[in-house]
Design a protein around this ligand. Structure first.
Ligand SMILES: [Zn+2]
Length: 399
């Protein structure tokens, strides 16, 4: 039983009600009462507050049968907006969703600099433009969540970002010198894992999201929570050693998993095998379509190395779902079947391995969902998958 003062209980009830309204999309007061276990009077009082704050709206449902048409509640999407940013190099993705989680605009920017101060200025300039654009709504642009492709500590400071070569940057503090808005900084793999749960695998509390697109990074959700570790750096699975005295890695070790099983490693190896100076994802796709024997042979090896790491991770976490986020695996027929047939240990237990539907939109969508979670102060967010955004042309990663 929850005990505490009235204001505290009221706050908990409010969070619960908002969570259920978001989760259901549209819901009546009676159904809210049923789903939350709160009595009808409590629901009515709280709903009135939310209506007054313009956070929700009520509509009368149309139906053909005789009788009263029920009043349905939903989030007032137009009341405010969230900005998600995927800060990768050289491509930055900006996505704005309304507070109901519906994407309203997407913008991509190619950076021509990796200079920290210049990138901060670019971010400030864009965030200010979005603030201005949405200033007419009740709550305006509410918050900004930024995904970083590197290690971010629990105080939201950057430890290291390989592609930008940034070390120890107080990015949140530096942005707040020029901005007056709630900002949250997180690691891209954490936000991607969060997106997989929010938009696709709603009720999985034990989910691993493994991203192969630049090195190997993982977001870990265990017992329903993002697992970040002591400093915040958990999930650097790409640096798990799978080959003693193997290929040398920028981290200082030899034989790291990402040197064998990441997309950049695969492209590099295929370039050598095919004796090509450059190789794009489209080239690899075409070669696979033509059933090029060298490429097919290589993919067997790639998947073998990938499975070694997955086997190790399964034994550590016993996950329900493993989501593999990889454009390259999507090109290769039966990738998941081959991984599963390589997993021979009777000890490794998991429920399902799947390819990510979110692709390289996962970080930015996770950022928006995180912004919604922060604004409403709710424990869980479940949102509908924005199909049109997912199906829009995927951008190729550039190395
Ligand atoms: Zn390494």
């Amino acid at each position: 039983m929850v005990t505490g003062d009235g204001a505290y209980i009221k706050k908990i009830n409010r969070s619960l009600l908002l969570q259920k309204i978001i989760e259901n999309g549209m819901i009546s007061r009676a159904e809210l009462s049923k789903q939350t276990g709160l009595n009808k009077a409590t629901v009515s009082v709280q709903v009135l507050d939310l209506l007054n704050e313009k956070l929700i709206i009520e509509t009368q449902q149309e139906h053909n049968s005789i009788g009263r048409r029920p009043i349905i509640l939903s989030i007032n999407g137009k009341a405010g907006y969230i900005l998600g940013i995927d800060l990768d190099f050289p491509l930055i993705q900006f996505t704005v969703t309304n507070i109901a989680g519906k994407p309203v605009e997407v913008h991509h920017l190619h950076l021509d600099t990796d200079n920290y101060e210049k990138v901060i200025d670019i971010l400030v300039q864009h965030i200010k433009q979005y603030e201005e654009k949405y200033s007419e709504s009740v709550y305006g642009l509410i918050n900004v969540v930024i995904g970083i492709h590197g290690t971010v500590n629990n105080n939201e400071m950057i430890n290291f970002v390989p592609k930008f070569k940034w070390h120890k940057k107080k990015i949140k503090e530096d942005l707040l010198k020029q901005l007056d808005i709630d900002i949250h900084i997180d690691n891209n793999a954490n936000l991607s894992a969060f997106a997989e749960k929010v938009f696709v695998h709603h009720y999985s509390n034990n989910l691993l999201n493994i991203i192969l697109s630049s090195g190997i990074g993982a977001g870990i959700i265990m017992d329903g929570k993002l697992n970040k570790g002591y400093d915040g750096y958990a999930g650097e699975m790409g640096h798990m050693i799978i080959s003693p005295n193997g290929k040398s890695c920028s981290c200082g070790n030899h034989g790291c998993w990402e040197k064998y099983a990441s997309e950049p490693a695969a492209l590099k190896e295929l370039q050598i095998l095919l004796n090509k100076e450059q190789l794009t994802y489209s080239d690899v796709r075409q070669l696979l379509d033509k059933k090029d024997p060298v490429v097919l042979e290589y993919f067997k090896e790639f998947i073998m190395y990938l499975t070694i790491g997955i086997n190790n991770i399964i034994n550590i976490y016993n996950p329900e779902i493993i989501v593999l986020n990889s454009d390259m695996l999507k090109m290769y027929p039966n990738a998941i079947k081959e991984i599963e047939s390589n997993l021979k240990s009777s000890v490794s237990q998991y429920r399902e391995i799947v390819l990510s539907k979110l692709g390289n939109k996962s970080c930015v969508l996770g950022a928006c969902a995180m912004g919604i979670k922060r604004f409403f102060e709710i424990k869980e967010v479940y949102l509908e998958l924005p199909e049109s955004l997912i199906q829009a042309k995927q951008m190729e990663y550039i190395y």
